[in-house]
Design a protein around this ligand. Structure first.
Ligand code: F6P
Length: 279
């Protein structure tokens, strides 16, 4: 927007991209948009190009900027939640999250095969700087022994206790999933602490990293993203602005930008308990 780098698009512009990850728009974080001068330039470019409404795709940062911009210049903006973190209020699932947890799950399954073969303890770091949703669901789905997330305090003693019990019952492997934003400081730090206190297992660290941010979108993701995109355009046509489209219990809901980014969705404590029960 700031550079006025607009491309006219019609139905054919999006044909054949359904199975791709990433973005053909190549949109990304933009520091200039955080400044008043940058936003003014963006508004002037939109005006000059005759653009009357904007669909903003993103998470926290995108909606913070969109909220300020739409108020500053009275330009209609509707958001669709695009982030692998699933950390927005007003939608059960953000676009990208389902694909990311399935990618993480498949990678952890592979690691578990080799962990079982060699009696190893794997500390696997998944994405989620401020949110533990990827860690939590991928941990449940792979039968991990423990999960460390930013939303809850790490009980190191309990973790060591679990590992000791697993040693006694001769568990063949242990998988600990760590969200990158956990207070313990990432997978390598966790491995260091465990090795110091509990040298029984041969410990290995894997950082899954950016493989979680690409790849073929899952079926649910494609359906949800298509529906949210359609609803965003309809909302603009109906004169709505300053809201994010979300899907809650299969219904489309609208949440003001400020609400959507206010705080992270809460972690369901039952899911945390499940990890202890099932491992
Ligand atoms: O906010 C989404 C997210 O995927 C976080 O989970 C992660 O910490 C971050 O983006 C990675 O960002 P970048 O690709 O800029 O390193």
């Amino acid at each position: 927007m700031i550079d006025g780098d607009f491309v006219n698009m019609d139905n054919t512009s999006v044909s054949g991209i359904m199975h791709q990850g990433g973005t053909i728009l190549q949109s990304a974080r933009c520091d200039d948009f955080k400044k008043g001068a940058g936003r003014q330039k963006a508004f002037e470019q939109l005006k000059e190009a005759g653009i009357e409404g904007v669909v903003a795709i993103g998470g926290d940062g995108t909606f913070t900027g969109a909220g300020i911009f739409s108020k500053e210049y009275n330009i209609p903006i509707v958001g669709t939640p695009g982030t692998i973190d699933n950390d927005l209020i007003g939608t059960d699932f953000t676009i990208g999250y389902d694909t990311a947890i399935n990618t993480a799950m498949a990678a952890i399954d592979n690691i578990k095969d080799t962990a079982n073969a060699h009696n190893r303890l794997f500390i696997i770091e998944v994405m989620g700087h401020d949110a533990g949703f990827i860690a939590l669901r991928s941990a449940i789905a792979t039968g991990a022994e423990a999960v460390l997330i930013p939303e809850s305090k790490t009980d190191a003693e309990k973790l060591i206790r679990t590992l000791k019990i697993n040693q006694e019952i001769k568990k063949r492997s242990n998988i600990i999933i760590v969200a990158e934003g956990n207070e313990s400081g990432g997978a390598f730090k966790v491995a260091e602490k465990i090795n110091k206190n509990f040298p029984y297992f041969e410990t290995k660290v894997t950082i899954l990293g950016h493989i979680q941010r690409g790849g073929r979108p899952t079926c649910m993701e494609r359906v949800r993203a298509s529906r949210m995109g359609m609803e965003a355009v309809n909302a603009l046509l109906e004169g709505k602005s300053g809201i994010m489209i979300g899907q809650v219990h299969n219904d489309i809901v609208f949440t003001p930008f400020e609400e959507a980014i206010k705080h992270n969705q809460e972690i369901n404590p039952v899911l945390l308990e499940m990890i202890e029960m099932l491992s």
